[in-house]
Write a protein that binds this ligand. Structure first.
Ligand SMILES: Nc1nc2c(c(=O)[nH]1)N[C@H]1C(S)=C(S)[C@@H](COP(=O)(O)O)O[C@H]1N2
Ligand SMILES: [Mo]
Length: 595
Protein backbone atom coordinates (compact mmCIF):
# COMPACT_ATOMS: atom_id res chain seq x y z
CA UNK A 1 0.00 0.00 0.00
CA UNK A 2 1.18 3.49 -0.75
CA UNK A 3 2.77 5.40 2.10
CA UNK A 4 1.50 8.68 0.60
CA UNK A 5 -1.48 10.46 2.06
CA UNK A 6 -4.66 10.77 0.01
CA UNK A 7 -6.20 14.23 -0.45
CA UNK A 8 -9.29 15.21 1.52
CA UNK A 9 -11.27 15.61 -1.69
CA UNK A 10 -10.60 11.93 -2.51
CA UNK A 11 -12.89 10.83 0.29
CA UNK A 12 -16.11 9.41 -1.16
CA UNK A 13 -19.52 9.64 0.47
CA UNK A 14 -19.99 6.83 2.99
CA UNK A 15 -22.04 3.75 2.22
CA UNK A 16 -25.35 3.11 3.98
CA UNK A 17 -25.27 1.00 7.11
CA UNK A 18 -27.37 -0.16 10.01
CA UNK A 19 -26.16 0.69 13.50
CA UNK A 20 -24.65 -2.47 15.02
CA UNK A 21 -22.52 -1.27 17.89
CA UNK A 22 -22.72 -4.56 19.84
CA UNK A 23 -20.11 -5.76 17.40
CA UNK A 24 -17.56 -4.07 19.65
CA UNK A 25 -17.92 -6.81 22.26
CA UNK A 26 -16.99 -9.42 19.70
CA UNK A 27 -13.63 -7.71 19.26
CA UNK A 28 -12.67 -9.22 22.59
CA UNK A 29 -12.71 -12.63 20.92
CA UNK A 30 -10.11 -11.39 18.45
CA UNK A 31 -7.61 -10.73 21.22
CA UNK A 32 -4.88 -13.26 21.89
CA UNK A 33 -3.35 -13.75 25.34
CA UNK A 34 0.41 -13.40 25.53
CA UNK A 35 2.74 -16.06 26.91
CA UNK A 36 3.91 -15.92 30.51
CA UNK A 37 7.45 -16.79 29.49
CA UNK A 38 9.76 -15.38 26.83
CA UNK A 39 10.50 -17.71 23.95
CA UNK A 40 13.65 -16.15 22.45
CA UNK A 41 12.90 -17.85 19.12
CA UNK A 42 9.52 -16.18 18.62
CA UNK A 43 9.72 -13.11 20.85
CA UNK A 44 8.43 -9.78 19.48
CA UNK A 45 6.92 -11.38 16.40
CA UNK A 46 9.92 -13.58 15.52
CA UNK A 47 12.34 -10.87 14.48
CA UNK A 48 15.78 -12.41 13.94
CA UNK A 49 18.52 -11.21 16.28
CA UNK A 50 20.64 -8.45 14.75
CA UNK A 51 23.86 -7.37 16.41
CA UNK A 52 24.04 -3.97 14.71
CA UNK A 53 27.47 -2.50 13.96
CA UNK A 54 30.39 -1.09 15.95
CA UNK A 55 29.38 2.29 17.40
CA UNK A 56 30.08 5.29 15.23
CA UNK A 57 30.21 9.00 15.91
CA UNK A 58 29.41 11.55 13.21
CA UNK A 59 31.88 14.35 12.64
CA UNK A 60 30.32 16.64 10.02
CA UNK A 61 29.37 14.25 7.22
CA UNK A 62 31.89 11.54 8.14
CA UNK A 63 31.20 8.64 10.48
CA UNK A 64 34.06 7.69 12.78
CA UNK A 65 34.20 4.06 14.00
CA UNK A 66 34.80 4.11 17.75
CA UNK A 67 36.86 0.90 17.62
CA UNK A 68 39.66 3.18 16.41
CA UNK A 69 39.66 4.63 19.92
CA UNK A 70 41.37 1.47 21.16
CA UNK A 71 44.68 1.84 19.24
CA UNK A 72 44.31 5.62 19.20
CA UNK A 73 43.75 5.80 22.95
CA UNK A 74 46.77 3.58 23.53
CA UNK A 75 49.01 5.77 21.37
CA UNK A 76 47.66 8.92 23.07
CA UNK A 77 48.31 7.43 26.51
CA UNK A 78 51.92 6.62 25.61
CA UNK A 79 52.35 10.10 24.19
CA UNK A 80 50.85 11.60 27.36
CA UNK A 81 53.26 9.57 29.51
CA UNK A 82 56.20 10.85 27.45
CA UNK A 83 54.98 14.44 27.75
CA UNK A 84 54.43 14.12 31.52
CA UNK A 85 57.89 12.63 32.03
CA UNK A 86 59.38 15.47 29.99
CA UNK A 87 57.43 18.06 31.97
CA UNK A 88 58.79 16.81 35.28
CA UNK A 89 62.32 17.60 34.10
CA UNK A 90 61.47 21.30 33.80
CA UNK A 91 62.47 23.45 36.83
CA UNK A 92 59.26 25.48 36.64
CA UNK A 93 57.13 22.36 36.73
CA UNK A 94 59.20 21.01 39.60
CA UNK A 95 58.62 24.12 41.67
CA UNK A 96 54.90 24.06 40.75
CA UNK A 97 54.67 20.51 42.01
CA UNK A 98 56.51 21.36 45.20
CA UNK A 99 54.01 24.14 45.80
CA UNK A 100 51.04 21.88 44.93
CA UNK A 101 51.98 18.34 45.93
CA UNK A 102 48.51 17.01 45.11
CA UNK A 103 46.26 17.38 48.10
CA UNK A 104 44.07 20.11 49.48
CA UNK A 105 43.92 20.52 53.26
CA UNK A 106 40.68 19.32 54.85
CA UNK A 107 38.72 21.62 57.16
CA UNK A 108 39.86 21.06 60.75
CA UNK A 109 36.55 19.49 61.78
CA UNK A 110 36.60 16.90 58.96
CA UNK A 111 35.93 13.32 60.13
CA UNK A 112 38.75 10.81 60.13
CA UNK A 113 38.40 7.59 58.14
CA UNK A 114 35.43 5.95 56.48
CA UNK A 115 32.42 4.79 58.52
CA UNK A 116 30.67 1.45 58.05
CA UNK A 117 27.51 2.98 56.56
CA UNK A 118 29.61 4.30 53.72
CA UNK A 119 30.75 0.76 52.95
CA UNK A 120 27.16 -0.44 52.78
CA UNK A 121 26.13 2.46 50.59
CA UNK A 122 29.08 1.91 48.30
CA UNK A 123 28.21 -1.76 47.93
CA UNK A 124 24.50 -1.18 47.27
CA UNK A 125 25.38 1.53 44.80
CA UNK A 126 27.66 -0.72 42.77
CA UNK A 127 25.19 -3.60 42.95
CA UNK A 128 22.33 -1.43 41.63
CA UNK A 129 24.53 0.25 39.02
CA UNK A 130 25.35 -3.14 37.52
CA UNK A 131 21.68 -3.72 36.64
CA UNK A 132 21.07 -0.12 35.69
CA UNK A 133 23.96 -0.02 33.23
CA UNK A 134 23.14 -3.34 31.61
CA UNK A 135 19.43 -2.61 31.21
CA UNK A 136 20.27 0.94 30.09
CA UNK A 137 22.43 -0.44 27.31
CA UNK A 138 19.52 -2.68 26.37
CA UNK A 139 17.17 0.30 26.21
CA UNK A 140 19.62 2.17 23.98
CA UNK A 141 19.73 -0.73 21.50
CA UNK A 142 15.97 -0.50 20.96
CA UNK A 143 16.66 2.68 19.01
CA UNK A 144 20.43 2.57 18.59
CA UNK A 145 20.81 6.20 17.50
CA UNK A 146 21.30 9.49 19.35
CA UNK A 147 20.27 12.96 18.22
CA UNK A 148 20.50 16.49 19.55
CA UNK A 149 17.16 17.74 18.16
CA UNK A 150 13.77 16.27 18.93
CA UNK A 151 13.21 15.31 15.29
CA UNK A 152 15.09 11.98 15.09
CA UNK A 153 15.77 12.58 11.38
CA UNK A 154 17.71 9.77 9.66
CA UNK A 155 21.26 10.90 8.91
CA UNK A 156 21.05 13.63 11.56
CA UNK A 157 21.97 11.25 14.37
CA UNK A 158 25.36 11.98 15.99
CA UNK A 159 25.91 8.47 17.31
CA UNK A 160 24.70 5.13 16.05
CA UNK A 161 25.31 1.41 16.45
CA UNK A 162 23.18 0.53 13.44
CA UNK A 163 23.52 0.94 9.67
CA UNK A 164 22.06 4.06 8.03
CA UNK A 165 18.25 4.04 7.86
CA UNK A 166 17.18 2.21 4.66
CA UNK A 167 15.25 4.09 1.96
CA UNK A 168 12.09 1.97 2.56
CA UNK A 169 9.39 4.61 3.26
CA UNK A 170 7.62 2.19 5.63
CA UNK A 171 10.76 1.20 7.58
CA UNK A 172 9.83 0.89 11.25
CA UNK A 173 11.75 1.76 14.41
CA UNK A 174 11.16 -1.79 15.56
CA UNK A 175 13.06 -3.13 12.52
CA UNK A 176 15.85 -0.71 13.40
CA UNK A 177 16.41 -2.23 16.86
CA UNK A 178 19.37 -4.46 17.63
CA UNK A 179 20.17 -7.23 20.11
CA UNK A 180 22.91 -7.58 22.73
CA UNK A 181 24.61 -10.65 24.17
CA UNK A 182 22.34 -11.82 27.04
CA UNK A 183 25.17 -11.70 29.57
CA UNK A 184 25.67 -8.04 28.79
CA UNK A 185 22.21 -6.60 28.10
CA UNK A 186 19.18 -7.51 30.23
CA UNK A 187 17.66 -9.59 28.68
CA UNK A 188 19.72 -9.21 25.48
CA UNK A 189 16.96 -10.02 23.00
CA UNK A 190 16.10 -7.63 20.22
CA UNK A 191 13.22 -5.29 21.12
CA UNK A 192 13.02 -6.47 24.73
CA UNK A 193 12.76 -2.88 25.96
CA UNK A 194 9.60 -3.57 27.96
CA UNK A 195 11.49 -5.92 30.28
CA UNK A 196 14.70 -3.88 30.22
CA UNK A 197 12.75 -0.83 31.38
CA UNK A 198 11.39 -2.65 34.45
CA UNK A 199 14.97 -3.42 35.45
CA UNK A 200 16.18 0.05 34.63
CA UNK A 201 13.39 2.10 36.22
CA UNK A 202 12.73 -0.37 39.04
CA UNK A 203 16.35 -0.56 40.20
CA UNK A 204 16.60 3.20 39.61
CA UNK A 205 14.10 3.78 42.40
CA UNK A 206 16.23 1.66 44.77
CA UNK A 207 19.40 3.43 43.62
CA UNK A 208 17.69 6.77 44.13
CA UNK A 209 16.56 5.83 47.64
CA UNK A 210 20.12 4.70 48.44
CA UNK A 211 21.41 7.98 47.00
CA UNK A 212 19.07 10.09 49.11
CA UNK A 213 20.19 8.28 52.27
CA UNK A 214 23.80 8.81 51.13
CA UNK A 215 23.31 12.55 50.68
CA UNK A 216 21.63 12.86 54.08
CA UNK A 217 24.37 10.93 55.86
CA UNK A 218 27.11 12.79 53.98
CA UNK A 219 25.85 16.12 55.24
CA UNK A 220 24.93 15.06 58.76
CA UNK A 221 28.25 13.33 59.47
CA UNK A 222 30.60 15.81 57.83
CA UNK A 223 31.78 13.19 55.31
CA UNK A 224 30.88 15.67 52.57
CA UNK A 225 34.08 17.58 53.37
CA UNK A 226 36.04 14.74 51.83
CA UNK A 227 34.08 15.00 48.57
CA UNK A 228 33.54 18.71 48.07
CA UNK A 229 36.48 21.01 47.35
CA UNK A 230 36.59 23.91 49.81
CA UNK A 231 39.69 25.63 48.48
CA UNK A 232 40.60 26.69 44.94
CA UNK A 233 44.02 25.02 45.28
CA UNK A 234 42.24 21.73 44.50
CA UNK A 235 42.63 22.54 40.78
CA UNK A 236 46.43 23.04 40.62
CA UNK A 237 46.75 20.07 43.00
CA UNK A 238 44.64 17.92 40.66
CA UNK A 239 46.85 18.95 37.73
CA UNK A 240 49.88 18.03 39.79
CA UNK A 241 48.41 14.58 40.55
CA UNK A 242 47.62 14.04 36.87
CA UNK A 243 51.27 14.75 35.98
CA UNK A 244 52.43 12.40 38.75
CA UNK A 245 50.19 9.57 37.54
CA UNK A 246 51.08 10.06 33.90
CA UNK A 247 54.81 10.28 34.59
CA UNK A 248 54.48 6.92 36.39
CA UNK A 249 55.72 8.40 39.65
CA UNK A 250 52.56 8.12 41.70
CA UNK A 251 51.61 10.25 44.68
CA UNK A 252 51.63 8.73 48.16
CA UNK A 253 48.32 7.04 48.96
CA UNK A 254 46.34 8.44 51.88
CA UNK A 255 42.73 7.58 51.09
CA UNK A 256 41.87 6.86 54.71
CA UNK A 257 42.39 10.45 55.79
CA UNK A 258 42.20 12.55 52.66
CA UNK A 259 41.80 11.91 48.94
CA UNK A 260 44.22 13.45 46.50
CA UNK A 261 42.74 16.35 44.57
CA UNK A 262 42.18 14.53 41.29
CA UNK A 263 40.42 11.74 43.15
CA UNK A 264 38.35 14.25 45.10
CA UNK A 265 37.29 16.06 41.94
CA UNK A 266 36.29 12.87 40.15
CA UNK A 267 34.30 11.65 43.18
CA UNK A 268 32.70 15.05 43.53
CA UNK A 269 31.65 15.13 39.86
CA UNK A 270 30.31 11.59 40.07
CA UNK A 271 28.28 12.14 43.24
CA UNK A 272 27.10 15.72 42.78
CA UNK A 273 26.92 16.19 39.01
CA UNK A 274 26.72 12.86 37.15
CA UNK A 275 24.19 11.17 39.46
CA UNK A 276 21.69 14.06 39.59
CA UNK A 277 22.16 14.59 35.85
CA UNK A 278 21.26 10.94 35.25
CA UNK A 279 18.00 11.51 37.13
CA UNK A 280 17.14 14.81 35.44
CA UNK A 281 17.90 13.60 31.92
CA UNK A 282 16.05 10.36 32.64
CA UNK A 283 12.92 12.28 33.61
CA UNK A 284 13.53 14.56 30.62
CA UNK A 285 12.47 11.68 28.38
CA UNK A 286 8.99 11.42 29.94
CA UNK A 287 6.11 12.43 27.66
CA UNK A 288 3.94 13.60 30.57
CA UNK A 289 6.65 15.71 32.21
CA UNK A 290 7.83 17.11 28.88
CA UNK A 291 4.37 18.33 27.96
CA UNK A 292 3.86 19.72 31.44
CA UNK A 293 7.23 21.41 32.11
CA UNK A 294 7.68 23.17 28.81
CA UNK A 295 10.28 25.73 29.88
CA UNK A 296 12.58 22.83 30.64
CA UNK A 297 11.62 20.51 27.79
CA UNK A 298 11.97 23.26 25.18
CA UNK A 299 15.68 23.39 26.03
CA UNK A 300 16.14 19.84 27.25
CA UNK A 301 14.25 18.00 24.51
CA UNK A 302 13.80 14.25 24.84
CA UNK A 303 16.70 13.73 22.43
CA UNK A 304 19.06 16.12 24.19
CA UNK A 305 18.06 14.38 27.43
CA UNK A 306 18.67 10.96 25.90
CA UNK A 307 22.05 12.02 24.50
CA UNK A 308 23.20 13.54 27.79
CA UNK A 309 21.85 10.52 29.67
CA UNK A 310 24.08 8.40 27.42
CA UNK A 311 27.09 10.66 28.03
CA UNK A 312 26.52 10.29 31.77
CA UNK A 313 26.71 6.54 31.20
CA UNK A 314 30.02 7.04 29.39
CA UNK A 315 31.28 9.06 32.38
CA UNK A 316 30.21 6.31 34.81
CA UNK A 317 31.90 3.63 32.69
CA UNK A 318 35.16 5.60 32.47
CA UNK A 319 34.95 6.32 36.17
CA UNK A 320 34.46 2.65 37.01
CA UNK A 321 37.39 1.53 34.84
CA UNK A 322 39.78 4.15 36.24
CA UNK A 323 38.52 3.80 39.82
CA UNK A 324 38.93 0.02 39.83
CA UNK A 325 42.37 0.33 38.21
CA UNK A 326 43.61 2.69 40.89
CA UNK A 327 41.99 0.84 43.79
CA UNK A 328 43.77 -2.33 42.75
CA UNK A 329 47.15 -0.74 41.97
CA UNK A 330 47.53 1.64 44.93
CA UNK A 331 47.55 -0.71 47.89
CA UNK A 332 44.55 -2.91 47.13
CA UNK A 333 44.41 -4.53 50.55
CA UNK A 334 44.37 -1.18 52.36
CA UNK A 335 41.79 0.23 50.00
CA UNK A 336 39.49 -2.76 50.44
CA UNK A 337 39.83 -2.47 54.22
CA UNK A 338 38.85 1.19 54.02
CA UNK A 339 35.74 0.75 51.90
CA UNK A 340 34.54 -2.74 52.73
CA UNK A 341 35.51 -3.04 56.41
CA UNK A 342 35.72 0.57 57.59
CA UNK A 343 39.22 0.01 59.02
CA UNK A 344 42.76 1.15 58.27
CA UNK A 345 45.08 -1.78 58.84
CA UNK A 346 46.84 -4.54 56.96
CA UNK A 347 44.39 -7.32 57.79
CA UNK A 348 42.54 -9.40 55.19
CA UNK A 349 39.10 -8.51 56.58
CA UNK A 350 38.24 -6.00 53.86
CA UNK A 351 39.42 -8.40 51.20
CA UNK A 352 37.11 -11.18 52.37
CA UNK A 353 34.11 -8.91 52.71
CA UNK A 354 34.91 -7.71 49.23
CA UNK A 355 35.03 -11.28 47.91
CA UNK A 356 31.65 -11.95 49.49
CA UNK A 357 30.23 -8.77 47.98
CA UNK A 358 31.54 -9.72 44.57
CA UNK A 359 29.95 -13.15 44.89
CA UNK A 360 26.61 -11.39 45.38
CA UNK A 361 27.24 -9.11 42.41
CA UNK A 362 28.29 -11.99 40.14
CA UNK A 363 25.24 -14.05 41.19
CA UNK A 364 22.97 -11.12 40.40
CA UNK A 365 24.76 -10.57 37.12
CA UNK A 366 24.50 -14.18 35.97
CA UNK A 367 20.89 -14.61 37.12
CA UNK A 368 19.34 -11.43 35.70
CA UNK A 369 18.86 -12.47 32.08
CA UNK A 370 17.75 -16.10 32.63
CA UNK A 371 15.35 -14.95 35.37
CA UNK A 372 13.89 -12.33 33.04
CA UNK A 373 13.40 -14.84 30.23
CA UNK A 374 11.83 -17.44 32.51
CA UNK A 375 9.75 -15.18 34.75
CA UNK A 376 8.93 -12.06 32.73
CA UNK A 377 5.60 -11.56 34.52
CA UNK A 378 7.43 -11.36 37.85
CA UNK A 379 9.75 -8.72 36.41
CA UNK A 380 6.71 -6.86 35.03
CA UNK A 381 4.87 -6.97 38.36
CA UNK A 382 7.81 -6.09 40.59
CA UNK A 383 8.87 -3.36 38.17
CA UNK A 384 5.39 -1.90 38.23
CA UNK A 385 5.22 -2.11 42.02
CA UNK A 386 8.44 -0.07 42.21
CA UNK A 387 7.66 2.52 39.54
CA UNK A 388 3.85 2.54 39.33
CA UNK A 389 3.37 5.29 41.92
CA UNK A 390 5.60 7.68 39.95
CA UNK A 391 3.93 6.71 36.64
CA UNK A 392 0.54 7.39 38.20
CA UNK A 393 1.64 10.68 39.75
CA UNK A 394 2.99 12.07 36.49
CA UNK A 395 -0.17 11.06 34.60
CA UNK A 396 -2.23 13.75 36.27
CA UNK A 397 -1.18 16.47 33.87
CA UNK A 398 -3.89 17.90 31.69
CA UNK A 399 -1.51 19.96 29.56
CA UNK A 400 -2.52 22.91 27.41
CA UNK A 401 -1.84 23.02 23.68
CA UNK A 402 0.50 25.54 22.12
CA UNK A 403 3.98 24.29 22.94
CA UNK A 404 4.84 23.82 19.27
CA UNK A 405 3.98 25.65 16.07
CA UNK A 406 4.02 24.75 12.37
CA UNK A 407 7.74 25.48 12.09
CA UNK A 408 8.46 22.78 14.69
CA UNK A 409 6.87 19.97 12.65
CA UNK A 410 9.38 17.16 12.11
CA UNK A 411 10.64 16.63 8.55
CA UNK A 412 10.68 12.88 9.20
CA UNK A 413 8.28 11.02 11.47
CA UNK A 414 9.28 7.41 12.12
CA UNK A 415 6.78 4.67 11.48
CA UNK A 416 6.31 1.96 14.03
CA UNK A 417 4.41 -1.19 14.82
CA UNK A 418 2.80 -3.90 12.78
CA UNK A 419 0.99 -2.81 9.60
CA UNK A 420 -2.50 -4.21 9.06
CA UNK A 421 -2.65 -6.74 6.22
CA UNK A 422 -6.13 -8.25 6.55
CA UNK A 423 -8.49 -8.43 3.59
CA UNK A 424 -10.93 -6.37 5.63
CA UNK A 425 -8.41 -3.56 5.95
CA UNK A 426 -7.32 -3.77 2.31
CA UNK A 427 -10.92 -3.51 1.13
CA UNK A 428 -11.55 -0.51 3.37
CA UNK A 429 -8.35 1.16 2.17
CA UNK A 430 -9.10 0.54 -1.49
CA UNK A 431 -12.57 2.02 -1.03
CA UNK A 432 -10.99 5.10 0.55
CA UNK A 433 -12.75 4.11 3.77
CA UNK A 434 -16.26 4.81 2.44
CA UNK A 435 -17.31 1.61 4.24
CA UNK A 436 -15.41 2.45 7.42
CA UNK A 437 -17.46 2.60 10.61
CA UNK A 438 -16.06 3.49 14.02
CA UNK A 439 -18.06 1.50 16.55
CA UNK A 440 -18.32 2.73 20.13
CA UNK A 441 -20.03 0.66 22.79
CA UNK A 442 -19.66 -0.83 26.27
CA UNK A 443 -20.58 1.06 29.44
CA UNK A 444 -22.14 4.00 27.63
CA UNK A 445 -25.69 5.34 27.54
CA UNK A 446 -25.57 5.96 23.83
CA UNK A 447 -23.61 3.45 21.69
CA UNK A 448 -22.84 4.81 18.24
CA UNK A 449 -21.42 3.95 14.89
CA UNK A 450 -19.73 6.76 13.00
CA UNK A 451 -18.48 6.98 9.45
CA UNK A 452 -15.66 9.29 8.44
CA UNK A 453 -17.92 12.06 7.17
CA UNK A 454 -19.83 12.06 10.43
CA UNK A 455 -16.54 12.24 12.31
CA UNK A 456 -15.42 15.07 10.05
CA UNK A 457 -18.70 16.90 10.67
CA UNK A 458 -17.99 17.02 14.40
CA UNK A 459 -16.14 20.01 15.92
CA UNK A 460 -12.61 19.99 14.54
CA UNK A 461 -9.65 19.86 16.86
CA UNK A 462 -6.08 20.53 15.80
CA UNK A 463 -2.90 20.30 17.87
CA UNK A 464 0.82 20.25 17.26
CA UNK A 465 2.41 17.87 19.72
CA UNK A 466 5.41 15.67 20.23
CA UNK A 467 5.27 11.89 20.00
CA UNK A 468 7.45 9.85 22.40
CA UNK A 469 8.05 6.26 21.36
CA UNK A 470 9.10 3.91 24.14
CA UNK A 471 12.07 2.93 21.96
CA UNK A 472 13.49 6.44 22.23
CA UNK A 473 12.73 8.27 18.98
CA UNK A 474 10.45 11.30 18.89
CA UNK A 475 8.79 13.60 16.38
CA UNK A 476 6.44 16.55 16.18
CA UNK A 477 3.32 16.51 14.03
CA UNK A 478 0.09 18.41 13.60
CA UNK A 479 -2.90 16.23 14.38
CA UNK A 480 -6.41 17.04 13.22
CA UNK A 481 -9.60 15.30 14.25
CA UNK A 482 -12.13 15.02 17.03
CA UNK A 483 -11.51 15.67 20.68
CA UNK A 484 -12.21 12.61 22.83
CA UNK A 485 -14.33 14.89 25.03
CA UNK A 486 -16.65 15.39 22.05
CA UNK A 487 -16.97 11.62 21.78
CA UNK A 488 -17.63 11.31 25.52
CA UNK A 489 -20.36 13.94 25.28
CA UNK A 490 -21.91 11.95 22.47
CA UNK A 491 -21.82 8.45 23.97
CA UNK A 492 -22.29 9.37 27.66
CA UNK A 493 -20.13 6.93 29.64
CA UNK A 494 -21.92 5.28 32.57
CA UNK A 495 -20.60 5.88 36.09
CA UNK A 496 -19.09 2.36 36.20
CA UNK A 497 -16.90 3.04 33.17
CA UNK A 498 -13.27 3.50 34.26
CA UNK A 499 -11.21 2.43 31.26
CA UNK A 500 -11.51 3.05 27.54
CA UNK A 501 -10.27 0.31 25.21
CA UNK A 502 -9.22 1.04 21.64
CA UNK A 503 -9.32 -1.87 19.18
CA UNK A 504 -7.34 -1.83 15.95
CA UNK A 505 -8.10 -3.11 12.48
CA UNK A 506 -4.53 -4.44 12.52
CA UNK A 507 -3.06 -7.45 14.27
CA UNK A 508 -0.10 -7.26 16.60
CA UNK A 509 3.12 -9.09 15.64
CA UNK A 510 2.07 -12.30 17.44
CA UNK A 511 -1.47 -12.35 15.98
CA UNK A 512 -4.60 -11.22 17.75
CA UNK A 513 -5.69 -7.63 17.24
CA UNK A 514 -3.74 -4.70 18.62
CA UNK A 515 -5.53 -2.90 21.43
CA UNK A 516 -4.83 -0.70 24.40
CA UNK A 517 -6.69 0.56 27.48
CA UNK A 518 -6.60 4.14 28.79
CA UNK A 519 -7.97 5.58 32.03
CA UNK A 520 -11.29 7.35 31.39
CA UNK A 521 -9.97 10.42 33.21
CA UNK A 522 -7.33 10.97 30.52
CA UNK A 523 -9.96 10.94 27.78
CA UNK A 524 -11.14 14.33 29.06
CA UNK A 525 -7.68 15.87 28.84
CA UNK A 526 -7.57 18.76 26.43
CA UNK A 527 -4.91 17.08 24.28
CA UNK A 528 -6.59 13.68 23.97
CA UNK A 529 -8.15 13.18 20.55
CA UNK A 530 -8.97 10.86 17.70
CA UNK A 531 -6.89 12.01 14.74
CA UNK A 532 -7.87 11.52 11.10
CA UNK A 533 -5.50 14.19 9.74
CA UNK A 534 -1.74 14.45 10.11
CA UNK A 535 0.13 17.59 9.06
CA UNK A 536 -2.91 18.89 7.16
CA UNK A 537 -3.61 15.72 5.16
CA UNK A 538 -5.73 12.67 5.88
CA UNK A 539 -3.77 10.15 7.92
CA UNK A 540 -1.58 7.96 5.70
CA UNK A 541 -1.69 4.16 5.75
CA UNK A 542 1.50 3.89 7.80
CA UNK A 543 0.46 6.42 10.42
CA UNK A 544 -2.91 4.82 11.10
CA UNK A 545 -5.49 5.58 8.41
CA UNK A 546 -8.29 6.23 8.84
CA UNK A 547 -8.20 6.97 12.59
CA UNK A 548 -5.72 6.89 15.49
CA UNK A 549 -5.53 7.97 19.09
CA UNK A 550 -3.48 10.80 20.60
CA UNK A 551 -3.01 10.79 24.39
CA UNK A 552 -0.05 13.06 24.99
CA UNK A 553 0.63 11.98 28.57
CA UNK A 554 1.58 8.49 27.42
CA UNK A 555 4.23 6.77 25.33
CA UNK A 556 3.56 6.07 21.64
CA UNK A 557 2.65 2.40 21.87
CA UNK A 558 -0.54 3.28 23.74
CA UNK A 559 -1.78 5.35 20.80
CA UNK A 560 -3.61 2.73 18.81
CA UNK A 561 -3.56 3.22 15.02
CA UNK A 562 -6.15 2.00 12.48
CA UNK A 563 -8.88 2.12 15.17
CA UNK A 564 -12.04 0.15 14.45
CA UNK A 565 -13.82 0.23 17.78
CA UNK A 566 -13.84 1.77 21.23
CA UNK A 567 -15.21 0.03 24.30
CA UNK A 568 -15.86 1.57 27.70
CA UNK A 569 -15.20 -0.93 30.49
CA UNK A 570 -14.91 -1.10 34.26
CA UNK A 571 -11.53 -2.84 34.19
CA UNK A 572 -9.40 -4.67 31.65
CA UNK A 573 -8.52 -7.88 33.51
CA UNK A 574 -10.80 -9.97 31.30
CA UNK A 575 -9.50 -8.53 28.03
CA UNK A 576 -6.77 -10.37 26.13
CA UNK A 577 -4.03 -11.34 28.57
CA UNK A 578 -5.47 -8.94 31.14
CA UNK A 579 -2.54 -6.53 31.29
CA UNK A 580 -4.21 -3.59 29.58
CA UNK A 581 -3.03 -3.79 26.00
CA UNK A 582 -1.28 -5.72 23.28
CA UNK A 583 2.29 -4.79 24.21
CA UNK A 584 1.40 -5.18 27.87
CA UNK A 585 0.21 -8.76 27.19
CA UNK A 586 2.87 -9.81 24.70
CA UNK A 587 5.95 -7.72 25.40
CA UNK A 588 5.52 -7.10 29.16
CA UNK A 589 5.09 -3.34 28.88
CA UNK A 590 3.27 -1.39 31.61
CA UNK A 591 -0.28 -0.08 31.21
CA UNK A 592 0.70 3.29 32.65
CA UNK A 593 3.63 4.80 30.78
CA UNK A 594 3.95 8.46 31.55
CA UNK A 595 7.73 8.01 31.95
N1 LIG B 1 -2.63 -0.88 15.72
C1 LIG B 1 -1.39 -0.52 16.10
N2 LIG B 1 -1.21 0.71 16.64
C2 LIG B 1 0.02 1.10 17.02
C3 LIG B 1 1.13 0.24 16.88
C4 LIG B 1 0.91 -1.04 16.31
O1 LIG B 1 1.84 -1.86 16.18
N3 LIG B 1 -0.36 -1.38 15.93
N4 LIG B 1 2.37 0.69 17.28
C5 LIG B 1 2.42 1.75 18.27
C6 LIG B 1 3.74 2.35 18.46
S1 LIG B 1 4.89 1.39 19.26
C7 LIG B 1 4.02 3.65 18.13
S2 LIG B 1 5.48 4.39 18.57
C8 LIG B 1 3.08 4.44 17.33
C9 LIG B 1 3.79 4.84 16.06
O2 LIG B 1 3.00 5.66 15.28
P1 LIG B 1 3.56 6.16 13.89
O3 LIG B 1 3.85 4.94 13.06
O4 LIG B 1 2.55 7.03 13.31
O5 LIG B 1 4.83 6.88 14.19
O6 LIG B 1 1.92 3.73 17.01
C10 LIG B 1 1.42 2.87 18.01
N5 LIG B 1 0.16 2.33 17.56
MO1 LIG C 1 6.57 2.87 19.99
Amino acid sequence: MSPDSPEKSDLPAPAQSAVTPEVVKSYRDELVEGLDAVDPATFAGTIPQDRGIAPRVRVGKKWFNLLWMLPLGFVLLIAAVAVAKGLRELPDVQSFMRQFPGMSDLPSDAPLGLPAWLGWQHFLNLFFMMFIIRSGAQIFTDHPRLYWTRHSTPGRDWFRAQKPVPADPLWTAKKDSISLPGQFGIPGLRHSIGLARWWHLGVDTLWLANGIVFYILLFTTGQWMRLVPVHWDVFPNALSVAIQYLSMDWPAESGWTNYNSLQLLSYCITVFIAAPLALITGLGMSPALSTRFRRISTVLSIQAARSVHFLVLVWFLLFIVIHVTFVSTTGALNNLNHMFAGRADNSWTGFWIFVLSMAVVVTGWVAATPLTIRRPRVIQRVGYALTGPAQRLFEHVDSRPGQYSEKDISPYFWHNGQYPDSDEYKALFEGNFADYRLKIDGLVANPVELDLLQLRAMPYREQITQHFCIQGWSGIAKWGGVSMQTILDLVQPKPEAKWVVFYSLGDGPEKGIYYDAHPLEQMSYELTMLAYDMNGKPLSFGHGAPLRLRNETQLGFKMVKWIKGIEFVENFEHLGGGFGGYNEDHEFFGYRQSI
